[in-house]
Design a protein around this ligand. Structure first.
Ligand SMILES: [Zn+2]
Ligand SMILES: [Zn+2]
Length: 246
C-alpha cells in the first residue's frame, strides 16, 4: 500500500531533533508524502518549546515543496486522569494533535497497567486529541482491548510508530505489542494512522518497518487512514473545525 501522510514528526524546536521545517518538508516530498504533520513535543518535555511557539503557526506556509504541512503538537499525557500539557484554547487551534506517554518527569503516575490504560482512555475523551502516539512500549503496560474499544468509541486514531520498530529504539517489544493491537483493530474495525516520529529530515515519510509489519499482520488498507487524505481528514482538528464552522 502507498502511504501518503506522515502524522508524526519533529523539528529542531523539540530540543532533541535536528532539522528545520524546510528540511523536513523537502525530505518528506522526496520520500513521496502528500501530507506531513510537524508535531513538536509539548512544553513538559525537557528542552521543548513553550506555549508561545504553538501560538504563532499563522506565519508558517501550509504548503512547501509541493506537500501540505499540518502544524500541531505531541502532547504529554501528564497522569492517569489524562491531563495534557497545553491549555485547551490553544490546543483546539492545532491542525492536528497527538497524545503520548513519555518517561518522567512527563508522566507523574507509576507505570502500572491500570494507570497507563486509564491515561489513554481518559485522554481520548478530550475532543481535541486526535491520535494516541506510540501505544507500543512494553515498559508502559496496557490493556489493548480497552485501548482499541475506547479508540472506536471516541473516534481517536491509534498510531503505528515507525521509530518504535527501529532495532535501536528504546521502547520495549513494540513489534509484539503492535501485533496484539493490530489484531484487535482488525477485529473491531478500528482505523490506524502512521507516524514516522522522525527527529531528522532523512526519516520524514519513510515507513519501511511499518509497511513490513502491516503486511505481516495482513492488515486491511481500508483501516489505514494515511493511504488517502479523505480518510484521515475527519479525524483531525483542522477539518473537524472547518466542518463545525460551516
Ligand atoms: Zn522526541
Ligand atoms: Zn513520543
Amino acid at each position: 500500500m502507498k502511504i501518503i501522510a506522515d502524522t508524526h514528526a519533529h523539528t529542531l524546536v523539540s530540543g532533541h531533533a535536528y532539522s528545520t521545517i524546510r528540511e523536513m518538508a523537502q525530505f518528506g516530498a522526496k520520500n513521496g508524502l502528500e501530507y506531513l504533520a510537524l508535531t513538536e513535543h509539548g512544553p513538559k518535555m525537557t528542552g521543548s518549546c513553550q506555549d508561545i511557539y504553538f501560538m504563532n503557526f499563522k506565519v508558517i506556509p501550509r504548503e512547501m515543496y509541493g506537500i501540505n504541512l499540518l502544524l500541531g503538537i505531541e502532547l504529554n499525557i501528564l497522569n492517569a486522569d489524562g491531563e495534557v500539557d497545553l491549555p485547551e484554547p490553544l490546543l483546539k487551534k492545532m491542525d492536528i494533535s497527538i497524545a503520548s506517554i513519555h518517561t518522567p518527569p512527563c508522566f507523574s503516575d507509576e507505570f502500572t497497567i491500570e494507570n497507563i490504560t486509564n491515561a489513554y482512555v481518559n485522554v481520548m475523551k478530550n475532543p481535541y486529541v486526535n491520535i494516541i502516539g506510540h501505544p507500543d512500549d512494553g515498559r508502559m503496560p496496557l490493556d489493548y482491548e480497552k485501548l482499541v474499544k475506547a479508540a472506536k468509541e471516541t473516534g481517536t486514531l491509534l498510531e503505528v510508530n515507525n521509530s518504535s520498530l527501529h532495532p535501536l529504539s528504546f521502547r520495549a517489544n513494540a513489534k509484539e505489542n503492535y501485533k496484539v493491537m493490530l489484531d484487535l483493530c482488525k477485529q473491531y474495525e478500528v482505523p490506524i494512522t502512521t507516524g514516522t516520529d522522525a527527529h531528522m529530515d532523512v526519516e520524514a515519510g519513510r515507513f519501511e518497518s511499518t509497511q513490513e509489519l502491516l503486511k505481516e499482520c495482513d492488515f486491511p488498507e481500508e483501516l489505514v487512514v494515511t493511504t488517502n487524505f479523505e480518510k484521515l481528514k475527519p479525524y483531525i482538528n483542522l477539518y473537524k473545525q472547518e466542518s463545525a464552522a460551516r
